[in-house]
Design a protein around this ligand. Structure first.
Ligand SMILES: [Fe+2]
Length: 246
């Protein structure tokens, strides 16, 4: 645990004194590589995940059910998460609201990076090209940049669980993550559990073509939903009214 606390203090210091993102990532990867080269420190988190009810209940539901929050920086400048990857688990290709670094702590994790070949201006359309592929063992790290510069997918190729440690900087986007479906040349906003039911209801209403759907959507808009949800509502109304998406 001391090892982990020491990692967090050194990272806090790094971000405080190093404004350059490339330097933060370069030094941050070295620190994360040292941390993930061995996993003794992680046993106390395993213990807390299983035996500490308060720790378990402090975990907020997110888009990723295999996510565990290990540390939130007191200054709000970074967060350290862990993901336990079940056998053969592959995530959906996605982007991030912030820069991040990821290291394998246990097992093997594969990462594929992608770049967008389209200009991102057509609602729902994305044309991706795979740009890199790495296989990470304990101590190996990768990094991601925010938004379109950090599109990737991770995968546990093994028949037993793997574990990653992920550190993310301050997010420049709130409320959703973009999921990419290259076979369909599609991109879809994915919402966290607290918003997903409303968004799915809004999207479904937008496809019904019924006047009563518009009435519900307008009443929902009047309640002042958060920005990303409001946008979905406005798109659904445009769809209902047969207008093109802006
Ligand atoms: Fe990611």
């Amino acid at each position: 645990m001391d090892r982990f606390n020491d990692f967090c203090s050194r990272f806090e210091e790094l971000l405080e004194h190093q404004p350059s993102l490339s330097n933060r990532i370069e030094t941050g990867r070295k620190l994360l590589s040292e941390l993930t080269a061995q996993m003794d420190w992680y046993t106390s988190f395993m213990e807390r995940m299983l035996l500490d009810r308060q720790f378990r209940e402090s975990q907020r539901p997110t888009l990723w059910p295999n996510e565990v929050t290990l540390h939130r920086s007191p200054s709000g400048s970074f967060v350290v998460l862990s993901y336990i990857w079940d056998a053969y688990l592959t995530d959906t290709i996605h982007d991030h609201g912030s820069w991040g670094i990821v290291g394998t702590l246990y097992g093997t994790i594969l990462e594929r990076k992608y770049k967008r070949k389209d200009d991102g201006k057509t609602e729902g359309y994305a044309n991706l090209q795979e740009t890199s592929f790495v296989s990470m063992r304990p101590g190996d790290t990768i990094y991601v940049l925010p938004l379109d510069e950090g599109i990737h997918r991770m995968e546990n190729p093994a028949a037993s669980p793997s574990i990653s440690i992920n550190l993310y900087g301050k997010s420049m986007r709130r409320g959703y993550t973009q999921f990419f479906y290259p076979d369909q040349n599609a991109v879809v906003r994915a919402y966290p559990p607290k918003a997903v039911r409303e968004v799915l209801a809004v999207k479904a209403l937008g496809t019904t073509g019924k006047p009563w759907a518009g009435d519900i959507l307008k009443r929902f808009l009047n309640q002042g939903p958060p920005d990303p949800v409001r946008r979905e509502c406005e798109l659904a109304l445009r769809k209902l009214e047969g207008k093109p998406t802006p």
